[in-house]
Design a protein around this ligand. Sequence first.
Ligand code: DC
Length: 225
Amino acid sequence: MLPYPVIAIDGPAGAGKSTVARALARRLGFFLLDTGAIYRSLALFAEQQGVSWADGPRLGSLAEQLPIRFGRGDEDGVVYLADQTVTTAIRTPEVSLGASQVSAHPEVRSMLLGLQRQLSRSGPCVVEGRDIGTVVLPDAPLKIFLTASPEVRAQRRQKELEARGVRADVSDTRREQEERDRRDLTRATAPLKCADDAVLFDTSDRSLEQVIDDLAIIAQTRLSL
Ligand code: DC
């Protein structure tokens, strides 16, 4: 049994997950656990430690001692790796590729399970990822699977990168997205899939406000908030 209300949000990159999860957490006063940031931090940590993104066993050991910490309150959204702030360093296209590669290793996924479960028990939270409703928190009382058309997803991703000052072109973004999707959907351990009991929600033709309004109502009803 989970001690606090938890909302699991899964879906592919560019479906609006990060933006939606953050806005929904803020609306409900919940903590946001961005599990993608954990895989991204591991990819960055591996690079800093000279460990290859292809080396499952060594990545598993690194995952066991991953010195990650999420800021709270005023530092909401800030990610620390030991004493270093890595909030933007983990968002580059290179680290995105690394995160996708490290997340495919079963040693990494099983090692990071405990950490994700422990972090999601610290208070009411929205947990965002790929396998939250299916593997990490299969007993979450509310699971949402967000989708959007591939065109909309690539455009959103590009805007997101540009807003962070990372230059990217739409066709490269689309190609990288397809590559990551293929890897996320076909990996043997915890592939991206919609849980049977998840609410499937397409964000292509809805504004962020509409999505948050709809999801907040679903959350309030399901979780008796
Ligand atoms: O959501 P994101 O783009 O920040 O995720 C980065 C990578 O980590 C992505 O390739 C998928 C992977 N990931 C995962 O396998 N499982 C999760 N729960 C979260 C992210």
